[in-house]
Write a protein that binds this ligand. Structure first.
Ligand code: CA
Length: 668
């Protein structure tokens, strides 16, 4: 066999499945071991280089070590050496770096042997995740977006880098970067890909930009985010420093993982075992369910082992607290459940978050007997695996691909029933999509893909000019998207109010809380950094919107009726009522979780969404109520004024009332 084909795969999995976790290069003062899995190889040779660039090397032969593995062992500590392999298959040698490498040279061409303990920043041994809070609020962030703007106050040499996360006092007249995140109250930062990706020249200029969904070395941090991409140790240390700093500031760290495809099909995996790692159709052509040219064949023994070990590596070595799976619909339910189980066994149930996109770009030929992790299969996924709810997103702000199509908050009609379904995390009245509990739901209205919330609202509410012939010139585009319109602000606050009062996990794109705009760019994956970056001065201009989000975050953490993620949580939602076009209300049983002692001053909540253009008068259940949030302010304490026994709810606004505990409610 010189190349695996579909017929051979089952046979290979049977004969050569290797369960060891020692693939890669392991260095210590006691010596070094290099091990690869390459069952089709006739010969494997290790080449050691003193650096990542020059071509002078010494060769060491690997020896077969069972189950298709090859090994080279030495008493020398080869920490700091760069390496690659020559793999002979069918008499032909292929050069490859190590797919299991934990370090690499500039642009990832060569692997690096690393004694990982020597890359730890000071105090990393004691680093641990901050204690969990009652609710999780996930903030999606790109490393370069975070500090590219000079107004971030980050020193120039750290802008756009991992290091920006370690700057304790940025030189800005207002809070920016990590200090700002801390003040906002979010609990998790979800970083767009930080593993080594291929789109940028790591030796090139800072103004290059890419989101990073094109993996090259899965177990190595990206070099363009380090201050020195030529020294393979620097990116490792600085990535750890970033995580350590976020932890110190009370924030957990989630990484975006892209195990569904690689930058090119000619990857280290392919070169090590040709034909094994990628899905093909029956005619031998590569499948393209990722729309990125190839699909990694999750469902095969050594593919699954690779992915599980990679996840566990990041959790162990970098103290990563959660994983967001890109195009999870291309991975299998069996694999996702195994990842969940493995993390739970090591770290305790639910300690590490696992969620992903329950879809794929195109069809893909899955392995026989496996099930794709698609939305309709959510009931087969472990309760601790969550999926992005495109239903919640689209019902609130309108169709994700058609900018002008409105949702509930920006002029859409006939959406009342679905908005009420979103409240319980789609646990009621669902036919095909049946989450086990709202813990499987990620509620959001903006992410890196598609329009930002602000842009979507501007386009759907004032977009005629945007879709005109020939587009808008730059200045008109800036004016259209960077103006602070009052009606767009109201719709933005209502959108936030709606998803912050839905049960499930909460997720937001960085900057959503200060009107982040990409000037109408709906796919900015390689647009200029100036389009993508957080514009820190906007935090001043949009201070009122930030304050609204901050209030929603604070409030949410105190409302067990909304943060409860148990299967029974949906029963807390009651009296769902449609009062008219764009006006709905419901009650929430806000009793503490069983066995928990959280302070909980309001045993019941009454929540109204008014997406209409006029004041709605809504009948309120009996009791004495305090206003906890309205269209202007969140986490307030105001007296509820009724008009003829009805609650007036302003146009385009949400309202939350908390029932006061009366003396007779208190047990003696
Ligand atoms: Ca790279």
């Amino acid at each position: 066999m010189t190349e695996a084909n579909c017929r051979d795969i089952t046979q290979m999995d049977k004969l050569y499945r290797y369960e060891g976790s020692d693939l890669g290069a392991v260095c210590s003062p006691a010596g070094s071991v290099f091990k690869v899995w390459s069952p089709l190889a006739e010969k494997v040779e290790l080449r050691l280089f003193a650096d990542g660039e020059t071509d002078v090397f010494t060769s060491r032969p690997l020896h077969p070590d069972g189950q298709g593995t090859w090994k080279y062992e030495t008493a020398e500590n080869l920490h700091g050496f760069y390496y690659d392999y020559l793999v002979w298959i069918g008499g032909k040698a292929r050069r490859t770096a190590d797919p299991y490498a934990v370090g690499c040279s500039c642009n990832g061409r060569r692997s690096m042997a690393v004694e990982l303990a020597r890359t730890d920043p000071e105090g990393f041994g004691e680093d641990c995740a901050p204690p969990p809070e009652t609710e999780r609020i996930i903030y999606e962030l790109h490393v370069k977006d975070f500090s590219y703007d000079p107004d971030s106050g980050i020193p120039e040499q750290y802008r756009g880098k991992f290091k920006a996360f370690t700057v304790e006092e940025p030189d800005a007249p207002y809070p920016t970067c990590v200090g700002y995140l801390k003040s906002l109250g979010i609990t998790h930062v979800h970083l767009l890909p930080i593993f080594d990706y291929g789109a940028l020249d790591e030796a090139g200029e800072l103004r290059q930009y890419n989101w990073g969904y094109d993996p090259v070395n899965y177990n190595v941090p990206e070099g363009s985010y380090s201050t020195d991409p030529f020294d393979g140790l620097v990116r490792i240390r600085e990535c750890k420093e970033m995580i350590q700093s976020l932890h110190k500031n009370g924030i957990r760290v989630i990484m975006d993982v892209v195990y569904n495809h690689t930058y090119h099909q000619d990857s280290w995996l392919e070169r090590m075992v040709p034909g094994y790692y990628y899905r093909c159709w029956k005619d031998g052509s590569l499948s393209d369910g990722s729309a990125c040219g190839n699909d990694i064949a999750a469902g095969r023994a050594m593919v699954d082992n690779y992915i599980v070990q990679s996840v566990l590596f990041w959790a162990r070595e970098y103290h990563i607290d959660g994983f967001r799976f890109d195009l999870m619909g291309l991975l299998t339910v069996e694999l996702m459940n195994r990842i969940r189980r493995s993390l739970d066994e090591i770290y305790g149930p639910g300690e590490k978050l696992v969620y992903g996109e329950p879809w794929r770009a195109n069809e893909s030929p899955m392995e026989t007997g496996t099930m794709a992790s698609l939305k309709d299969n959510v009931a087969h996924l472990d309760e601790g695996i969550s999926v992005f709810s495109d239903d919640t997103r689209d019902v609130i702000k309108g169709h994700v691909f058609y900018g002008e199509v409105p949702g509930f908050v920006n002029g859409g009609t006939g959406l009342e029933e679905n908005v009420l379904r979103a409240v319980s995390g789609w646990r009621k009245d669902q036919q095909t999509f049946r989450p086990k509990s709202c813990s499987q739901i990620v509620n959001y209205v903006s992410a890196h893909d598609n329009y930002t919330l602000w842009d979507k609202l501007v386009i759907s509410m004032r977009g005629q000019r945007f879709f005109g012939d020939g587009g808008l010139p730059g200045s008109a585009l800036s004016e259209l998207f960077l103006t602070k319109y009052e009606d767009v602000l109201s719709a933005n606050r209502l959108a936030a109010f709606v998803y912050f009062t839905c049960q499930g996990n909460l997720f937001m794109l960085a900057g959503e809380e200060f009107g982040r705009s990409k000037l109408g760019d709906s796919n900015s994956y390689r647009s200029r950094p100036e389009i993508n970056m957080l514009r820190w001065k906007q935090t001043v201009e949009f201070a009122d919107l930030i304050s609204y989000y901050r209030g929603l975050i604070r409030l949410r953490k105190r409302l067990p009726g909304l943060y409860d993620k148990s299967p029974g949580a949906a029963e807390r939602i009651g009296r769902e009522t449609i009062h008219g076009s764009g006006v709905v209300s419901f009650t929430v049983d806000n009793a503490p979780l069983p066995g928990r002692q959280e302070e909980c001053p309001w045993p019941e909540l009454f929540i109204v969404y008014n997406a209409g253009d006029t004041v709605a008068l809504v009948n309120v259940p009996e009791g004495q109520w305090t206003v906890l949030a309205d269209g202007e302010e969140a986490d307030c304490r105001k007296k509820a004024f009724l008009r003829d026994g009805n609650l007036p709810v302003e146009a385009k606004s949400g309202m939350m009332l908390g029932r006061k505990v009366l003396q007779e409610d208190i047990a003696v």
